[in-house]
Design a protein around this ligand. Structure first.
Ligand SMILES: NC(=O)c1ccc[n+]([C@@H]2O[C@H](COP(=O)([O-])OP(=O)(O)OC[C@H]3O[C@@H](n4cnc5c(N)ncnc54)[C@H](OP(=O)(O)O)[C@@H]3O)[C@@H](O)[C@H]2O)c1
Length: 292
């Protein structure tokens, strides 16, 4: 009898999870201005390339105003020219190198330049990655990963969230990664920083239920960071951004695009841990072979 009841409860939970997933997947892509305020601004860090650029492309299609916090002004100006074609979005550039996040007043200086904007959406995207066996890194690489991947997400959110609390509805997307969910040999510091981003994001999501806060944990995306090409199991930055924006307000943490959700489910839940660890180690050893 006991086993029968446990079996029934397990089946009911699985059916519930499947129905929940179908419900979320059937939600239409949100109209950002309708949801987060007409003429509101989206602030995107690391917007000039990769996934950050993908977010800007999706947002510009919806004529959302975009403030880019970037380190390369020329690259941002070129991107704005590109995005302006067929879009009525307004653009603003704030130049900042997040490697300097530890400097006194660094985030105050950024915030002064954006405090007058009606910020409806913050996308903490900036991130860097280096791979090597731990003892082979130089200290600056490790410092860069921790500084760029962890500090902006905390301090920019802290600065901006105070104003968001005065608004009817706002949203924050924090870029984590699949490696924030499973340990990654030879990419240990990056993986730990992405776990930090995921936990920080999910924790503040509980603190501020009125703000849609989402940790985006992509698998491989075709960006300069990965050098992956489409068709090698990777999706485009545009697809990654669209996939995450579609889940905004529906959950706290997501792999985003359907392709990544399926990959993430198999990679993190279905495949036994010892097999996953073996595959990851083999793949990562190929990537870092010059250090071995
Ligand atoms: N690509 C993936 O498969 C993948 C998977 C999971 C998670 N992610 C996460 O997604 C985010 C974006 O990754 P990505 O692949 O798009 O990276 P990317 O292609 O290397 O682009 C990173 C962006 O951040 C900017 N940036 C880097 N360091 C900076 C600094 N110190 N100060 C200011 N801006 C800086 C770069 O500026 P420049 O244009 O000037 O170089 C670029 O615009 C990261 O948080 C990453 O951890 C990526």
């Amino acid at each position: 009898m006991f086993l029968y009841i446990v079996g029934l409860i397990t089946i009911a939970l699985v059916v519930f999870r499947i129905l929940e997933e179908i419900y979320k997947s059937l939600q239409s892509f949100p109209n950002i201005q309708a949801k987060y305020g007409k003429d509101c601004w989206a602030v995107v860090t690391g917007a000039t390339d990769g996934i950050g650029k993908g977010y800007c492309q999706v947002l510009a299609q919806q004529n959302v105003n975009i403030c880019m916090i970037i380190r390369n002004e020329e690259k941002a100006k070129q991107l704005i020219q590109e995005l302006s074609k067929g879009s009525t979005s307004k653009f603003k550039i704030v130049v900042a190198n997040f490697n300097n996040s530890l400097e006194e007043g660094f985030f105050d200086k950024i915030y002064k330049q954006i405090e007058s904007l009606d910020i409806g959406l913050l996308i903490n995207n900036v991130g860097v990655s280096h791979q090597a066996p731990l003892e082979k890194y130089n200290d600056n690489q490790l410092r860069e990963i921790i500084t760029v991947n962890c500090f902006p997400i905390v301090f920019l959110t802290k600065k901006i969230i105070a104003n968001m609390l005065q608004r009817k509805k706002s949203a924050i997307i924090n870029l984590s990664s699949f490696t924030g969910r499973v340990p990654m040999p030879y990419n240990q510091t990056y993986a730990a920083s992405k776990a930090f981003d995921d936990y920080f994001s999910r924790s503040i999501a509980l603190e501020y239920p009125n703000i849609d806060i989402l940790a985006h944990r992509p698998m491989y995306v075709t960006t300069p960071m990965t050098n992956f090409q489409q068709g090698q199991g990777a999706i485009s930055p545009f697809q990654a951004a669209k996939g995450a924006l579609q889940r905004l307000g529906l959950e706290y943490s997501t792999h985003g695009h359907i392709f990544h959700r399926v990959q993430g489910f198999f990679g993190a839940v279905i495949v036994p841990e010892f097999i996953r660890n073996k595959i990851l180690k083999q793949e990562m050893r190929k990537l870092v072979k010059k250090h071995l």
